[in-house]
Write a protein that binds this ligand. Structure first.
Ligand code: AMP
Length: 502
């Protein structure tokens, strides 16, 4: 991609002044490619993920284009759809930052915050409406806004919307918008379901693609630590070691389940670390408070789940730790993209247990180079045995429950305390007494039935009608919607797992 300056992108002078005030000297590749097209009113398909500067690549041309014209009551001039409240809130912050020289009216329709102010703003007329899809439709159905005045539509993190089951809502919303509009569409990946949406709702878009950080961000040092005894307490010990060893300024530590986020938080705090947590059961206020404390350095470690952390704009994270390897390799890309942003140095370290070696193999494909193992790497035999294991932690601990005739879901719920099982080297299992008692759940009890992102279970079960879940939580996606997006090993059918020794 050719190098351009901000002055060459066709942005208005007022917008360029705001960029200079923000301290940016050069556009990022996605900005250099998308902005000149977007300012002309053409549709853009941007394949880029968080950390590439994609937010500015649509907010800057939007502000330029919205300089002419006026908002009318209840008829937003532009609409930005984001998958989570946090991402929506951050997009709103971008408008504050890049719109300092403008008098744009911006409204935010997201769950968890009082809507009175936002509704009043809508009544007066807004230039930019930023919303999560469910919340937008609620307001539309209550007659609080009309969508036929929308000149520009932005869909941000479309693949995330797919994961969260928002595609039907997106289609509905698109059908309510005027056909003559500009659409700016962003997604980190292009599974078939997303391509279908693009074909249906974009008109002759300019496709702009920037390389994915996992394959190209040389600023991120990625390493892995194999933990042959994958018990949680051992993993927590290893994690503490990793944190102490490194020059950790601040870090996000990812877990696959929100319950584990809570346990890890308590454990870190007990060991004297300055930690906070973000998980899907926290209300909007406490999420925002935790985030603010993390941003201003009051809290240096943040335990988080994928859904809760999606789209966070935390510019300066020195480290990302994967306490659990993500189930989907795309999530690995998203997670490590929290560090090494905008050219800064960053480090991502992942704990890998024998049960996670299959997931690791998928991730390895994205690395494009030999993985860097800290300590003893897994052996050929470890990998060979991994093929015989059930993936995910539900594998080992779920056995007892499944052997008692429970389904995989129930088996997952019975996950703790785990039963010791014979070690692969034939040594005796670690005595259970060594395991420190899991810390108490956080003030708000976590509901294990709402564990985050269990694609394997979702793929095994027919979708059931459910009331609309709380926003920011994944909805059960239809199997067909998932199918193109899940690695093959997640799609294999459920089969009973024999108890050890059977
Ligand atoms: P995003 O990909 O939109 O989440 O942006 C990632 C981070 O890069 C944010 O903290 C932005 O403030 C920052 N950023 C965006 N554009 C630029 C730029 N041209 N130069 C430096 N930093 C930027």
């Amino acid at each position: 991609m050719e190098t351009k300056t901000f002055a060459e992108l066709g942005l208005s002078q007022k917008v360029q002044d705001a960029i200079a005030a923000a301290g940016y000297t050069d556009p990022t590749p996605i900005q250099a490619a998308a902005i000149p097209v977007a300012v002309t009113g053409r549709d853009v398909l941007g394949i880029a993920q968080t950390g590439t500067g994609k937010t500015a690549s649509f907010t800057l041309p939007m502000i330029t284009r919205l300089e002419t014209g006026r908002a009318r009551a209840r008829m937003p001039r532009s609409l930005i759809l984001a998958p989570t409240r946090e991402l929506a809130a951050q997009v709103a912050q971008s408008f504050e930052k890049y719109g300092v020289n403008h008098k744009l009216n911006v409204a935010l329709l997201i769950g968890g915050v009082s809507m009175d102010d936002q509704v009043r703003k809508l009544d007066r007329g807004v230039d930019v409406l930023i919303a999560t899809p469910g919340r937008l439709l609620d307001h539309f159905q209550r007659g609080r806004l009309m969508l036929m005045g929308v000149e520009i539509l932005v869909i941000d993190e479309a693949d995330r919307m797919l994961d969260m089951g928002f595609i039907p809502d997106i289609e509905k919303i698109c059908s309510l918008l005027p056909p003559r509009r500009q659409t700016l569409f962003f997604s980190a990946t292009m599974p078939p379901e997303i391509t279908r949406l693009v074909d249906k709702f974009l008109r002759d878009p300019e496709r702009v693609e920037v390389a994915r950080p996992a394959t190209t961000a040389k600023t991120i040092t990625q390493s892995f630590r194999f933990v042959p005894d994958g018990e949680d307490w051992v993993k927590r010990e290893v994690l503490r070691e990793m944190i102490r060893e490194k020059n950790v300024k601040n870090a996000i530590i990812f877990c696959n389940r929100k319950r584990d986020v809570a346990i890890l938080l308590k454990s870190l705090q007990k060991h004297g670390f300055n930690a906070g947590a973000l998980h899907g059961d926290m209300d909007q206020k406490s999420r925002m408070e935790t985030l603010d404390r993390f941003r201003n350095g009051e809290v240096t470690l943040l335990a988080a789940s994928d859904v809760a952390a999606r789209g966070l704009d935390i510019p300066d994270v020195s480290h990302v730790f994967n306490f659990d390897l993500p189930w989907q390799s795309d999530d690995y890309v998203h997670r490590i993209g929290r560090t090494g942003r905008a050219g800064r140095e960053g480090a991502a370290q992942s704990i890998v247990t024998p049960e996670e070696l299959k997931s690791f193999k998928e991730i390895e494909k994205l690395l494009g180079e030999k993985p860097l193992w800290i300590g003893e790497p897994p052996t050929e035999q470890d990998f060979a045995e991994a093929g015989k294991r059930r993936r995910g932690r539900g594998g080992r601990s779920g056995r007892g429950a499944e052997a008692k005739g429970k389904g995989p879901r129930e088996a997952g719920r019975d996950r703790e305390p785990r039963r010791p099982e014979p070690r692969r080297d034939g040594a005796k299992p670690q005595p259970q007494a060594k395991t420190p008692k899991p810390a108490a759940a956080p003030s708000k009890p976590l509901d294990p039935r709402r564990e985050e992102r269990r694609p394997a279970a979702a793929a095994q079960q027919a979708p059931r009608a459910r009331p609309r879940p709380v926003e920011s939580e994944p909805k059960p996606a239809a199997v067909s919607a998932f199918a193109g997006n899940i690695p093959a090993f997640l799609r294999r059918p459920a089969r009973p797992v024999k108890a050890a020794g059977e």
